[in-house]
Design a protein around this ligand. Structure first.
Ligand code: ADP
Length: 189
């Protein structure tokens, strides 16, 4: 079977991270989370980490130029071509989606599916307030959700126009949601 290349989209707090781990466990693909990559740069105190930490704390977006570079570099590692990938947190803007298309094109790879994990704003807001992550202040949460609507939601049309989008109802137990995701991936395999 050829390596699966997938994207998962969804509001912050939609359960993307949890479901991503399960998807990659089931399909053997590499989970590439740009949020995790940035948090690890912050923890290591690298130049990138120093730049990113203020932006992340304020709920902003790291620049497309930086993010596109990080992802292009990650795709140059052979594990992705061998095992496939689930991109979590990227693309987050139309510019990043165009960059992804270029990166994949240059490697003669294509995407199988873009999963849109759909959870209403009121539910994700409550989930984020409950989980109390350090960067989850009410102001940062509001800012991130606002950026999702303005910057990331347009990607739904971008993926739809390429016939790649599958919207999954993200409200339910972890198992229920995973079963829906797995069915959507199966339907495109
Ligand atoms: P969440 O889904 O809770 O926002 P992530 O782990 O995906 O968490 O990302 C955490 C933060 O990292 C984001 O709020 C943003 O500041 C930054 N970030 C992650 N991915 C990107 C990206 N593709 N473009 C710009 N900023 C990003």
């Amino acid at each position: 079977m050829s390596a699966l290349r997938m994207v998962i989209l969804g509001r912050q707090g939609s359960g993307k991270g949890t479901q991503s781990l399960r998807i990659c466990e089931a399909h053997g693909c590499i989970h590439v989370s740009t949020g995790d990559m940035l948090r690890s740069a912050v923890a290591q105190g690298t130049e990138l980490g120093l730049q990113a930490s203020k932006i992340m704390d304020a709920g902003g977006l790291v620049s497309d130029e930086i993010m596109n570079g990080i992802v292009a570099e990650r795709f140059s590692h052979s594990d992705i071509s061998e095992h496939g990938v689930l991109l979590d947190g990227f693309p987050r803007t139309v510019d990043q989606a165009n960059a992804l298309e270029r990166i994949l094109g240059s490697l003669s790879q294509d995407l199988r599916i873009a999963l849109n994990l759909d959870v209403p704003i009121e539910i994700v807001t409550q989930r984020m307030l409950d989980r109390r992550r350090e960067d989850d202040t009410p102001e940062a949460i509001r800012r991130r959700l606002e950026l999702y609507e303005t910057q990331t939601a347009p990607l739904l049309d971008w993926f739809t126009s390429r016939d790649l989008l599958s919207t999954i109802d993200g409200v339910g137990t972890e198992d229920e949601v995973f079963a829906r995701i797995d069915a959507a991936i199966g339907a495109r395999s």
